[in-house]
Design a protein around this ligand. Structure first.
Ligand SMILES: O=C(NCCCCCn1ccnc1)c1cc(-c2ccc(F)cc2)cc(O)c1O
Ligand SMILES: [Mg+2]
Length: 215
């Protein structure tokens, strides 16, 4: 059968990036997104903001909800030390398979624990099955209508500690209004909105919410 968009991106990366070079993989995905086919990767513009947050936080334990093709997982993992523990969760089996190959091509498979499952099932297992004590940083980029469910699951499963940094994509487009409202008003986070551009767009606005847990 014909290739999916995600498989076309992977093929473009395998034919245009250098194996073991994460930056060349990111550049190839972004070139494809700008010039050939739009895709819902975090992208280069918002990606630079996330890079800054990851560098500032220097997390030893990191969780990503929503792997998609692995673009942001590669963005994050390329900035982490070998000793860091970084888990990324994807629900869609096909996208998880593309991500696995993308991550392997980037040479980061030893730095990323890829989980293919429902985040609602994984979050309660992080302490017991994945030997997590608390998380230093979280990146949320999956279904916009479950962002609130999952940050509340992180809270009730005692996975956040004073200073844990939670970053969420798509606050404007497609939007996560209940999530923005929750983190800004519940009293448990110091939350800031970082306006940016929607992925692979010169016109549309989007942005990241950065919320620091007060403990
Ligand atoms: O839906 C998004 N991501 C989740 C995808 C599925 C997650 C599956 N999963 C993983 C773990 N648990 C569940 C998303 C959408 C858009 C968008 C914006 C405008 C538009 F017109 C079309 C699309 C832009 C993004 O940046 C996004 O991230
Ligand atoms: Mg997104």
């Amino acid at each position: 059968s014909a290739m999916s968009k995600e498989q076309r991106v992977l093929q473009y990366v395998q034919q245009n990036a250098s194996r073991g070079d994460p930056d060349s993989v990111l550049a190839a995905v972004d070139k494809f997104g700008w010039e050939t086919e739009w895709a819902m990767n975090l992208g280069d513009v918002k990606g630079a903001i996330l890079d800054r947050f990851v560098k500032e936080t220097a997390p030893q334990t990191m969780l990503e909800l929503g792997t998609y093709m692995g673009y942001s997982a590669i963005r994050i993992a390329r900035l982490l030390p070998e000793t860091a523990k970084f888990m990324t969760v994807e629900f869609d089996q096909e996208n998880a398979a593309v991500a696995r190959e993308m991550i392997e091509f980037a040479g980061l498979q030893n730095r990323i624990i890829q989980i293919t499952s429902d985040t609602a099932d994984v979050i309660p297992q992080l302490k017991t099955k994945y030997d997590v004590e608390t998380l230093d940083m979280v990146f949320i980029d999956h279904w916009k209508d479950v962002y609130v469910r999952d940050i509340k699951l992180l809270e009730t499963n005692k996975l956040l500690r004073k200073g844990t940094v939670v970053v969420a994509d798509n606050i404007i487009k497609p939007g996560a209004p209940e999530y923005a409202e929750y983190v800004r008003t519940c009293g448990k986070y110091d939350s800031t909105f970082h306006e940016s551009r929607f992925e692979y767009s010169n016109d549309d606005i989007d942005g990241l919410e950065k919320s620091v847990f007060r403990g």
